[in-house]
Design a protein around this ligand. Sequence first.
Ligand code: ZN
Length: 148
Amino acid sequence: MNEKEKYKLQEKLRYDKAQTELDEKGLHPNTKFYAIKKLEIKYDEKILCPFCFNYDEFQLFNKEGRLYKCPICKNCITLKTANDIRFMTSEQFAKWVFDYRLSGFWDKIINKDFKEWNKRLYDVGFGFGINFWDNYKILKGTAYCDGD
Ligand SMILES: [Zn+2]
């Protein structure tokens, strides 16, 4: 067994151990928590960049350290963000942008062009229904810090 196989086996054992628990009745599936589910995005799955709304295969986002770089706007996102945005509603996305705004969200958007970003927001469907801006304004209204 080479080093790589050994590593893989160790990882599998660790994973299996987290999935099961041992008590007086023996070994059975762990029902206590769900955190053991591994966050994973397949290479050919498409993800959405929140800064430019580029919708591309995950493999086109280059890995840089723990982050993934958008091939279009060159901003980096975490694996968790890449995963979460796929399932967000307009309301949840508004909350995400709102929480990010003090870390420079609006400085990172495509060409720093708000109009373009806002147009794309509608193109990808976050502008419709209970829309992004309704929620963003609600959040802004109740926040102690009146940012952008
Ligand atoms: Zn981007």
